[in-house]
Write a new protein. Structure first.
Length: 155
């Protein structure tokens, strides 16, 4: 299985190196896409990733591809969102403790349209996602920069 994945990754890295931009710009676009891939702002993730990449002079195509590839993890989204929520809740609580269990039977559909829900669930979720996204985006930036610099043709 891994023997099949490695050549596939190598061809994708070669495809990214064919973008007509510096390795730093492509890696910055990838990092922007990975960062906003973790943020639970459905519908705005791609726009924010492209906007941030453009402001930071990164590659916008790489940002759009990276944020879209993050959505491949969609089957794992409930686990990822719960992990982000628990981490954010833990950071915001004093003394630190994990949140109580959420039971869908106690919450109706209209609960998600109240402003109180935005602060009780949304704030810990957003904080947790940002704290988790930062190290992942830095790691992907460094990895992409190294792979793209190695794959770049010598001038």
């Amino acid at each position: 299985m891994i023997a099949k994945i490695y050549p596939w990754i190598r061809t994708k890295v070669a495809g990214l190196s064919e973008l007509r931009d510096k390795p730093h710009a492509v890696a910055l676009g990838i990092a922007s896409g990975v960062f906003f891939g973790f943020i639970p702002l459905l519908g705005f993730k791609t726009l924010l990733a492209i906007g941030t990449a453009k402001l930071a002079r990164g590659n916008v195509v790489a940002a759009a591809v990276a944020v879209t590839l993050h959505d491949v993890l969609l089957p794992l989204a409930p686990f990822l969102l719960r992990w982000e929520y628990q981490f954010g809740y833990w950071l915001l609580s004093h003394p630190h403790h994990l949140p109580p269990d959420l039971h869908a039977a106690h919450h109706g559909a209209m609960m998600w349209f109240h402003w109180a829900t935005l602060f009780t669930v949304g704030l810990p979720l957003l904080l947790g996602s940002v704290v988790i996204a930062v190290p992942f985006s830095i790691a992907f930036y460094l990895l992409a920069l190294r792979l793209l610099a190695r794959a770049a043709p010598a001038n």
